[in-house]
Design a protein around this ligand. Structure first.
Ligand code: ADP
Ligand code: MG
Length: 666
């Protein structure tokens, strides 16, 4: 007896829905894409109960004639491609012809649509994939789709929906993405009847970003523009290195106007920040990549959020270079960005420095990279919560809001994120009489899930008076005067007074040196008279073997003894023997499973940054005038004298004109 059968359409559709319709935001994504493809100028999205109860998308696009409207719900029914050749150059957002069929198979759908020519609109009711009714209706040109009771007939899927707050959050993000990708279209989003986002048609991305995020947002970003029309044109905005985030949530990436989650691009973006942001810390970015249609395959995943590039390496190069150039124009790296440090003499002259002075300050500064201070950068985008007056009236959306999908391994596990949302909800319930999940009409990310709830002063707070300096404004004429708190060098240049953080300055010098020596294969070792032994934790042991060769390129000599014990036989030159063990532990602890997949160069940067940090002079250490002079001279020769490998500023300047103003002399 034969046992294979062809599945009926409604079952096939439900299976397809599993991939296309993951949650309310993915329904909204398909519907909004359809509206954009139909040439709409205004798109209105209304949701109730996080989109489970109701999700409605209205547009003023082309609309459909009755026959098309009926056909639109068939599987593989599309107006966007006709032949297989068309697959190689897809200019529309949709093309698979399965979204409406999938959505209609797992919800109650009502579609009303009208073309310019038709006398009346058509209304179609479909429930769980079954066509219930087709009739005339009243509707202006365009289309309205109402999706009710998502997953009403698939209880197993309904269970996977998260809290209303989480789903609303994803919906808001989705609409934000499309609003950014299409400044020419007006978008309105309401949640339970309250307006969350309303943007009028804008002239360009800058104006749209301003409508969505507010002015501070733009003030804190660097414009990106670069690439090559035949490979990839790259435009948009990126954050300054001081804005450090622990997830990629604030990265909005688009390829040909399509919102994507692409590892290649996000990795290239991170590589652009090489040596000014450590691994595991991410910039904010709004990046638009325009690629010739035939160079990119969008038919990789049913949700179309993944793409494949024909010339992936060239695309990655274009992104990295454009980011690098933007950082250079912002004064964060040198335009030529080559390693300029010579390979020798990077420890201060004269007597050896005692490195064991306990110092709380250095510990605090280092903790900034991994500690809660990370989120402070987010605050720069938040500041006071005020509503900007019309015509650009827009409550601001937290830029750090989570993306549509939790990035694999980078965000909270979904359940946890959900729990955080609800615990956060409880904490804030009843506050100010507004819905607990929404601030300024916008879902706010819960703490720990890409959120920004920790109240810390913004990293930019020093800007009011003493400002970060750009590479260009640095002359070689810097004269050290003395030290403040035995931690900061006080110096003058032609523009005013400088404060140089001695630890991070030396860190930058050593980082460049270690990188230069490593790539020239000239790393120097110092043999230890008595090898130090070091017991690995099980987690450290599991990655030790993979990491040991990398560490050895920097001058470590390591030997695995029995079990989890390791002997350190030699350490990189300049690394005080007492620091070797700490540094190894730090590297083994921070290079977790996620980082193992990272580019080798990035891993080497991490090691160099850690080495530099442990070998550098500390704060709370007196320096002789010669040492200060030496430190400044060396610093000026590095690749990024103003930014340390962890993204922190190295030099602050108090301009003479601000001093004059302060004394009311001008
Ligand atoms: P696809 O977008 O991949 O073509 P869909 O299932 O999303 O497939 O939609 C099927 C077809 O229905 C589209 O090709 C389009 O012709 C039509 N359609 C869907 N939504 C709209 C809309 N909002 N306005 C006009 N036509 C639409
Ligand atoms: Mg579609």
């Amino acid at each position: 007896m034969s046992i294979i059968r062809v599945l009926p359409d409604h079952v096939a559709n439900q299976i397809a829905a599993g991939e296309v319709v993951e949650r309310p935001a993915s329904v909204a994504k398909e519907l909004v894409e359809n509206s954009i493809d139909a040439g709409s100028r205004h798109i209105v999205i209304d949701v109730e109960a996080g989109g489970r109860r109701l999700l409605k998308v209205s547009d003023d696009g082309d609309g459909m004639v009755r026959d098309d409207a009926i056909l639109a719900f068939e599987r593989h029914a599309t107006s966007k491609i006709a032949r297989s050749e068309d697959l190689s150059s897809i200019a529309t957002l949709g093309f698979r012809g399965e979204a409406l069929a999938s959505i209609a198979s797992v919800a109650r759908v009502e579609l009303t649509t009208k073309t310019d020519d038709a006398a009346a609109a058509t209304r179609i009711l479909i429930e769980g994939g079954k066509m219930r009714d087709v009739k005339d209706a009243a509707h202006p040109r365009g289309t309205t789709i109402v999706v009710r009771d998502l997953f009403f007939n698939v209880p197993a899927r309904r269970k996977f929906l998260r809290s209303e707050a989480t789903e609303s959050f994803h919906l808001t993000n989705l609409v934000t993405h499309y609003a950014l990708a299409h400044p020419e279209i007006a978008f309105t989003l309401t949640n339970n009847g309250r307006e969350v986002l309303r943007v009028a048609p804008a002239n360009d991305l800058r104006e749209r970003a301003y409508q969505v995020f507010g002015t501070e947002f733009l003030d804190n970003l660097l414009a990106v523009g670069g690439g090559h029309p035949k490979i990839a044109l790259v435009s948009g905005f990126i954050s300054a290195p001081r804005d450090r985030r622990t997830s990629r949530d604030a990265q909005y990436l688009f390829v040909n106007g399509r919102f994507v989650r692409d590892r290649l691009i996000s990795r290239a973006l991170s590589e652009g920040y090489r040596a000014v942001l450590p691994h595991g810390v991410y910039p904010a970015a709004l990046l638009f990549i325009e690629i010739p249609l035939e160079e990119v395959d969008v038919n990789v995943h049913p949700a179309k959020t993944e793409v494949r590039f024909r010339r992936a390496a060239a695309v990655a190069d274009a992104v990295r270079e454009a980011v690098r150039a933007a950082l250079a124009s912002g004064g964060y790296v040198r335009a030529d960005a080559k390693e300029q440090s010579s390979a020798t003499g990077d420890q201060p002259p004269a007597e050896t420095l005692s490195l064991d002075i306990p110092n709380a300050m250095s510990a605090t500064a280092d903790a900034a990279v991994t500690g809660p201070f990370n989120t402070a950068g987010v605050q720069a985008f938040e500041t006071e919560r005020r509503v900007i007056q019309p015509p650009v009236t827009q409550p601001r959306i937290e830029f750090a809001a989570a993306t549509i999908e939790e990035e694999e391994s980078l965000s909270e596990p979904p359940e946890l994120a959900g729990e955080l949302v609800s615990s956060w909800q409880e904490q804030t319930a009843g506050a100010g009489g507004s819905s607990p999940t929404v601030r300024n009409g916008v879902p706010v990310p819960p703490e720990g899930a890409g959120g920004s709830a920790i109240q810390l002063p913004p990293l930019t707070s020093a800007e009011k008076f003493a400002r970060e300096v750009s590479v260009e404004s640095l002359s070689s004429d810097i004269r050290p005067l003395g030290q403040l708190d035995e931690s900061f060098i006080i110096a003058t240049d032609n523009e005013g007074l400088l404060l140089i953080d001695q630890h991070v300055a030396h860190e930058r010098i050593l980082f460049d040196k270690y990188r230069a020596l490593e790539s020239a294969r000239l790393a120097e070792s110092q043999q230890l008279l008595i090898p130090e032994t070091f017991d690995l934790t099980p987690a450290q042991a599991s990655i030790f073997d993979a990491l040991a060769p990398e560490l050895e390129t920097y001058g470590f000599e390591l030997m695995r003894l029995s079990g989890r014990t390791v002997a350190i036989k030699a350490t990189p030159a300049d690394l005080p023997a007492g620091e070797a063990r700490n540094m190894l532990a730090e590297i083994l602890d921070t290079v977790d499973a996620e980082k193992k997949g990272a580019a080798r160069e990035t891993l080497r940067d991490d090691i160099a940054a850690s080495l530099a940090c442990h070998a550098a002079i500390k704060v709370n250490m007196p320096l002789t005038p010669e040492k200060m002079r030496w430190l400044i001279d060396r610093l000026l020769k590095t690749s990024s004298p103003t930014t340390c490998p962890h993204g922190r500023p190295v030099i602050l300047r108090l301009a003479t004109k601000d001093i004059l103003k302060g004394f009311h002399r001008i």
